[in-house]
Design a protein around this ligand. Sequence first.
Ligand code: LMR
Length: 393
Amino acid sequence: LLTDLPLAPRDPIIGLTEAFVADPRETKVNLGVGVYTDENGRVPLLRCVEQADERVVDGTRPWSYLPIDGLPAYRSAVAGLVFGDELAHERVAVVQGVGGTGGLKIAADLVHQTTPDARVLISDPSWENHRAIFTRAGLTVDSYPYYDSQTRSVDVDGMLDALRAAEAGTVVVLHACCHNPTGYDLTPQQWEQVRDVVVERGLVPLLDMAYQGFAHGIEEDGAAVRLFARTGVAMLVATSFSKSFSLYGERVGALSVVCADPDEAARVQSQLKVIIRTTYSNPPSHGALVVSTVLGDAELRQTWEDELGSMRERIRAMRTRLRDGLAAAIPGADVEHFVVQNGMFSYTGLSAEQMRALREEHGVYGLDSGRICVAALDERNLPTVIEAVAAVW
Ligand code: LMR
């Protein structure tokens, strides 16, 4: 059974954390995985989470099984946050997912069940796990142009051309906001162009929204999802609260599938439950209870929005500090892109070789693609990072 099993390569993102942990240098900095840390370098425990957690612990022990598709209050909260009043929630099949990744995997299994020959298009570049998830589910994965390294911007013409050339039924994975790994998002006008092509060509949009609230705000960052929801086409939306609630280890995510009518939604919901039951039976309860408690309470929700806003502003401030520091350290270098991009990640423009040198010579860990997590910068590690990036520039 196992004799010929080869050693799998280390995961390009989580595997980097393993290497970071094993690095004995005291000055090392982990800008690999997408985790927000505060000004003290710690993953924050949000106040809204702490307060909701007290209520959860008081009111819900002992822990029994959740329904296969998750906590009902959580599923409603997800529908409200993701779609608002844009459509009747009876048309949406929503299931709790084990993180956003779990939502994507359920989506991939559903697509494979309904259309095993479906082609999936992901952005070039995209989050490393996108290709892996859809390929492992048995689907064919190709890419559409997205990032133009010459102009350091989105190649929207290339993207639209690729979508126009795609066959009807092709699943198009779109990053709703805070594009991972580049940090470059479409403008509202470009989103409308993409929507038009997707609808005209009969493509299936799958929006991955793992960073709602990290670019401009909850409403603003959800605009792309609502734009597609208004079209009436079938769509899938994978969402995550890992980042926005700082609940990484709780694995709180969801998959929403927008259907033609309530009858279709009921059938889709039933099939999603079969996928979940045969994968992990039913989801964990604690994180979903915390999130639904926060989203269902006006005061806690306001606290959450304020705390999310603070995280967003701190990331922006760190981007500015990085830009200014690099501009001073590397005279004449164009480093404006650090403040143009959105969200947790920044495509530095550094090559794989330069990224390796950053790690090996300076103990600064980022991905070979050139991606760094700017949400892990703070006043303490900034000088090390600026010095290291300037040295390999
Ligand atoms: C990342 O891209 O670093 C995050 O989405 C975490 C992950 O699971 O890869």
